[in-house]
Design a protein around this ligand. Structure first.
Ligand code: SF4
Length: 276
């Protein structure tokens, strides 16, 4: 049996901010094909810190149950964890109720990602995927198999070049993200769209364009489950030249002005914390 490895960037054992309303374990999968200029997880764009899948699985089970389940060597000399045993042990899970895969771009490792979602399902955890949407063909499969309960999709700019090229460093990504968006709308998976707002991009007109497009799609797909668009405050990443982030008050103002057919929320620090 082929040994599955996970190029793991890190684990947050408990987060209540990645998926509001849930207490989630967040797994950061290393590697991303994009090069967004303000990348919030710059250190995870590349590199190799691969670990055996079953040691990650053991860690997740121990976080859910509060004890360790040990992976065993199978007859094929690969490490196995019994999902039935994991589920049994997790039946009295104390607090955690969700697993979120983040990155990097989690779908760059689609096979481990799918396995992790299956493990989460066997532990009765809700499953969330934070994605840039650059791999529509890899998104379709876990959605068709009902492995993902909620998608958090980044839409970084108006969905055409040159805006999207500026936001991601590559030409042609916009069409792929749009395809991912359509897949989510067609499948009716719970969906939150996130746009990070920096002082120089995206422009207010692009935010309006994104909101309009989402509103139109919502009408076109009545079975879709688009919950909201969230405008996130873009902050300087570590090592980047400091800049003054767009204030919370301004984000609120933008959210009010572009809202219409969809709910628009904001995620920002209080203005007095925004000074650089
Ligand atoms: S998609 Fe996310 S992880 Fe990839 S470069 Fe952009 S901000 Fe960084």
């Amino acid at each position: 049996m082929k040994e599955i490895v996970v190029n793991l960037g890190g684990i947050v054992p408990l987060s209540t901010v990645d998926w509001p309303g849930h207490a989630a374990i967040v797994l950061f999968l290393r590697g991303c094909p994009l090069r967004c200029p303000h990348c919030h997880n710059f250190a995870l764009q590349s590199g190799d810190s691969s670990v055996n899948f079953h040691s990650v699985a053991s860690k997740i089970v121990s976080l859910v149950k509060g004890e360790t389940i040990v992976a065993r060597a199978s007859s094929q000399n690969s490490w196995q964890i019994d999902l039935g045993e994991a589920a049994e042990r997790a039946s009295s899970k104390p607090f955690v109720d969700a697993l979120v895969l983040s990155g990097g771009e989690p779908l760059m490792q689609s096979e481990p990602a799918e396995r992790l979602f299956r493990l989460a399902g066997s532990l009765q955890l809700c499953t969330g995927l934070e994605t840039s949407g650059c791999y529509p063909e890899r998104l379709r499969r876990p959605l068709e198999r009902d492995l993902v309960d909620k998608v958090f999709l980044d839409i970084k700019a108006a969905l055409q070049d040159p805006s999207y090229e500026r936001a991601t460093g590559f030409v042609g990504v916009a069409a792929r993200v749009k395809e991912s968006l359509m897949i989510c709308m067609e499948r009716g998976v719970a969906l939150e769209v996130r746009t990070t707002v920096f002082p120089e991009m995206p422009a207010s007109s692009e935010l309006e364009e994104i909101a309009c497009m989402l509103s139109e799609l919502k009408s076109m797909y009545p079975g879709s489950c688009l919950e909201r668009l969230v405008l996130q405050q873009g902050l300087p990443r570590e090592g980047e030249e400091r800049f003054e982030p767009v204030s919370r008050a301004r984000l609120k103002e933008i959210a009010r002005s572009i809202g219409g057919g969809i709910l628009v929320g904001i995620k920002a620090k209080p203005d007095n914390f925004c000074k650089t």
